[in-house]
Design a protein around this ligand. Structure first.
Ligand code: SAM
Length: 247
């Protein structure tokens, strides 16, 4: 692996060959600048807002930027989509996707107002016009007419157990759409409990995409859920219930 382009402590590596090889996508010069600015803004605000523990250029590139984009697999070169990022935190995976796909419309949701405030402040700096933000508990959003069954794609990374994530994500997805759960390790027990949960929510497990990150060779799993039928109005349950009593 050629890491020779990693030169400055505050400068993201320019991994054009790696992007192309692993994602069949490569940022333009303008997108590379946007990614760099995103990095600078997250690190700059981190001491005040405690946004992330991932702060070195290589780690940020791999664990925030590459991981966000790799999670959607071939969809990175798909047609335009309506996307919701659930529990987005400082904007992952939503912001890298908004940069990579200016024709996608992304709704970034988190219950923590200061994190959403950070995204609202930096989206215009990055020149992003395809991002909207919401401060909300996902359980409430899933029961709101203007969000329920409205999205082609729901993404959820590092928010809760897989069966809880399914209850958060599937009610927001249109029939025919997809939810992607970004996971690290993936066990048989998790798969079994997810299968039961997904069946109650009008979905099915379409695939488990297992891959390794390109610098640290860490294992990742993205679990793709297909939306088969409308989710029963009973789901998602009231705020806090999905985590207290997982399906
Ligand atoms: N997805 C981001 C990432 O991968 O870097 C942030 C992950 S952070 C560990 C989890 C985020 O989920 C937090 O910002 C938290 O506020 C949010 N969250 C957890 N449960 C939520 C819920 N029920 N509704 C909305 N946001 C939630």
């Amino acid at each position: 692996m050629d890491l020779s382009s990693i030169s400055s402590p505050n400068c993201l590596p320019e991994m054009d060959a790696m992007w192309q090889e692993t994602l069949n996508w490569c940022p333009t010069a303008a997108q590379q600048l946007q990614l760099q600015l995103l990095y600078s803004e997250v690190v700059g605000a981190n001491h005040k807002l405690n946004l992330t523990r991932i702060t070195t250029p290589e780690d940020f590139w791999e664990k925030h930027l590459w991981d966000s984009l790799r999670g959607v697999g071939d969809l990175i070169v798909s047609s335009a989509l309506q996307v919701v990022d659930i529990g987005t935190g400082a904007g992952f995976p939503g912001l890298p996707l908004a940069i990579a796909r200016p024709d996608w419309q992304l709704t970034l949701v988190d219950s923590t107002a200061k994190k959403v405030g950070f995204i609202e402040a930096i989206a215009p700096l990055l020149g992003l016009t395809n991002v909207r933000t919401l401060v909300s508990r996902i359980e409430a959003l899933g029961q709101a007419r203007q969000h329920r069954h409205q999205y082609d794609l729901a993404l959820i990374r590092a928010v809760s157990a897989a069966n809880v994530c399914a209850e958060y994500a599937l009610p927001l997805v249109k029939v025919g759409g997809t939810a992607i759960l970004y996971r690290g390790n993936w066990t048989t027990e998790e798969a079994e409990s997810l299968e039961l949960a997904v069946a109650k929510l009008g979905g099915e497990i379409a695939k488990v995409d297992r891959f390794m990150t390109p610098i640290s060779n860490s294992i990742r799993h993205c679990i793709w859920l297909s939306k088969i039928t409308d989710t029963h109005p009973y789901y998602p349950r009231a705020v806090g219930i999905p985590t207290l009593k997982p399906l």
